[in-house]
Design a binder for this molecule. Structure first.
Ligand SMILES: [Zn+2]
Length: 131
């Protein structure tokens, strides 16, 4: 199964989520769903699927925090237990590593969340009155 060429339905969730994580359109896998780092494109440039209405909101940063925390803190603990690194080096190393991981993972998490919202067909609730 090709990651790019096969069009999927929402039932093929694993492939769609992987495409979203990689920043590609969950439907066709060709177009990008983010531009300017974290901005969601209104429509896929290849297949025209609409994404601009999907409310990712705070879930991508929370997901990124959870992943970075679970990657970073066990390693901080392990290094503290096994090595005697100067404190100034740890003050530089761990925040830098956390920042780099965050900058790498945040757009991927946003793509993943947009793909998840697209699969679930969720959209922002409107507050318009119908009367
Ligand atoms: Zn597309």
């Amino acid at each position: 199964m090709s990651l790019v060429s096969e069009r999927v339905t929402p039932e093929n969730t694993g492939l769609s989520l992987l495409r979203g994580f990689l920043g590609r359109c969950p439907r066709c896998g060709k177009g990008h769903i983010l531009h300017r780092y974290l901005k969601i494109v209104p429509n896929c440039a290849d297949c025209g699927e609409a994404y601009g209405h999907l409310p990712a909101d705070d879930m991508p940063p929370w997901l990124t925090i959870i992943i970075v925390g679970h990657l970073l803190f066990p390693n901080v603990w392990w290094v503290e237990r096994n090595y005697n690194i100067p404190l100034w080096m740890e003050y530089v190393m761990w925040p830098s590593l956390g920042l780099i991981l965050t900058l790498i993972l945040l757009p991927r998490c946003k793509g993943f969340v947009v793909a998840l919202l697209w699969i679930l067909r969720l959209k922002r609730a409107t507050t318009e009155k119908t009367v």
